[in-house]
Design a protein around this ligand. Structure first.
Ligand SMILES: [Zn+2]
Length: 132
């Protein structure tokens, strides 16, 4: 029987700014939250969600990940590449926080710059591959 996964509870979560790595706490009560860093004043977007499954596929230039998650607005998935080829420490039922920054075109990237596994209290930098 698959476990019944719930979206993360609303509350204060430890955030790491993807721009300057400053740490602070922020209230999160929904899937996506727009945050202005208290230190460097840069904006970023976070997704706080519960992992259903993670898949990684090794390529030549980068590793490709698909993370399926359970959020407040239902199930979703995020796909991204990481040119650091690391093994993301993410398991089913873990709470994760993904931080996205704006690209040169002014839009938020589809690739997170930073993944924080809230459950094991670990932050991982993600490097978007060129031309991904
Ligand atoms: Zn900052």
């Amino acid at each position: 029987m698959p476990r019944r996964l719930k979206p993360p509870e609303a509350g204060k979560y430890r955030i790491i700014c993807p721009h300057c790595q400053a740490e602070f706490k922020h209230n999160i009560s929904k899937d996506y939250t727009y945050i202005k860093c208290q230190k460097c004043k840069e904006n970023f977007k976070v997704l706080l969600t519960t992992v259903r499954a993670k898949r990684g596929r090794d390529g030549v230039y980068y590793k490709e990940y698909i993370i399926r998650y359970v959020g407040h607005s239902g199930e979703g998935l995020i796909e991204f590449g990481d040119s650091r080829h690391q093994d993301l420490d993410v398991r089913s039922s873990d709470l994760i926080l993904l931080a996205f920054v704006k690209e040169d075109n002014g839009k938020y990237s589809d690739t997170p710059s930073l993944l924080i596994n809230v459950t094991i209290n670990k932050g991982i930098q993600v490097q978007k591959p060129p031309f991904y």
